[in-house]
Design a protein around this ligand. Structure first.
Ligand code: DGY
Length: 327
């Protein structure tokens, strides 16, 4: 029997790739950079399945160019804002994602960004490398305490809760804002308080973003939001870049409206090396690596492969973001 044709838009970790190659006739994009729009449209023609990354915009045109055989789209990520899911649903195509396996890895990283910003770790390393370390200084590179401070979590899903769990170890007061999660057993257990967004912004020493990118969350942190925050506040974003208005963030950081930001995700992404944000000392920017542990990325690859292969077999995807296609 002929193997199903699939296009995999990047070299994902071995474990998942081997499963895909065993079951499918796979074309795998070998480059470090994603395929361009033209290359993507060319490669998807006639495929039965597509395994894509958050760097690949998958819209109706991509689906229609793939054609009527396209049975499944498997995203190698938990977030799926790169995919026009309603367009996939209209065409009866299930879309898979990779929840759960990166929760702790991402929460670990979000917390380490919080700590790095609070204690100015990146600035301090740059200081040493620049040969500026002359003596121990009573006022050298003073940062902020984490223990006992207030953490505001925007988005109380798996990763937001993971952040709250870590905050327990630092005796932090935890506030959260999430219209979809008001009465929560875990929140009650750890004493996290559900508040409205304005209260969270006004009271938090640290604000950490854990929402998916949707129309409702785009620019949830804008100029008006930064005005409500403490001038000592530190922002951590490991969610999606466009959840924050970048120009407003730049203004807030450069005017002192907030103290610091630690960003794993940016808008635009990647952030160009000459972007104005990178001229500021009170910002840390890393290249979207919150889930980048060997274990998490390996599990994401087997999960994405399992979604792809299930879809090709006409079975329900183990993790499907549009289960209404099965109705
Ligand atoms: C995701 O999975 O959505 C992350 O942003 C990358 O791991």
């Amino acid at each position: 029997m002929e193997k199903p044709k699939v296009f995999v838009t990047r070299l994902i970790p071995e474990a998942g790739l081997m499963q895909i190659q065993e079951y499918c006739n796979a074309v795998i994009w070998p480059e470090e950079l994603p395929p361009t729009r033209v290359q993507l449209l060319e490669r998807v023609k006639g495929v039965d399945g597509l395994l894509c990354l958050l760097t690949d915009p998958i819209d109706a045109e991509v689906m229609d160019t793939a054609g009527p055989h396209l049975k499944v789209i498997s995203n190698y990520a938990v977030g799926y804002d790169n995919i026009n899911v309603p367009a996939a649903t209209e065409r009866g195509i299930p879309v898979g994602n990779t929840p759960g396996v990166l929760t702790d890895t991402t929460a670990d990283f979000a917390f380490s960004l919080l700590m790095a910003a609070a204690r100015r770790v990146v600035e301090a390393d740059n200081f040493t490398r620049a040969g500026k370390w002359k003596t121990w200084g009573p006022k050298l590179l003073l940062g902020q305490d984490i223990t006992g401070a207030t953490l505001g979590i925007i988005g109380f899903g798996r990763i937001g809760k993971g952040m709250a769990k870590r905050a327990q170890g630092f005796d932090m007061r935890v506030l959260y804002y999430d219209p979809l999660c008001k009465d929560d057993a875990f929140a009650a257990e750890i004493g996290a308080e559900c508040v409205d967004l304005d209260e969270l912004l006004a009271e938090s020493d640290y604000v950490s973003l854990h929402v998916p990118l949707t129309d409702a969350t785009r620019h949830i942190l804008n100029a008006a939001a930064f005005e409500k925050m403490k001038t000592t506040a530190i922002l951590v974003n490991t969610a999606r870049g466009p959840v924050v208005d970048t120009n407003a963030l730049y203004d807030a950081l450069s005017s002192g409206a907030i103290a610091y930001a630690a960003l794993d995700v940016t808008d635009p992404e990647p952030l160009p090396g000459d972007h104005k944000l990178l001229e500021l000392e009170n910002v840390i920017v890393v290249p979207h690596i919150a889930s980048a542990s060997v274990t998490a990325r390996g599990k994401m690859s087997t999960m994405a492969a399992a979604n792809l292969i299930a879809g090709l077999k006409g079975e329900k995807l183990p993790n499907c973001v549009n289960p209404e296609v099965y109705a």
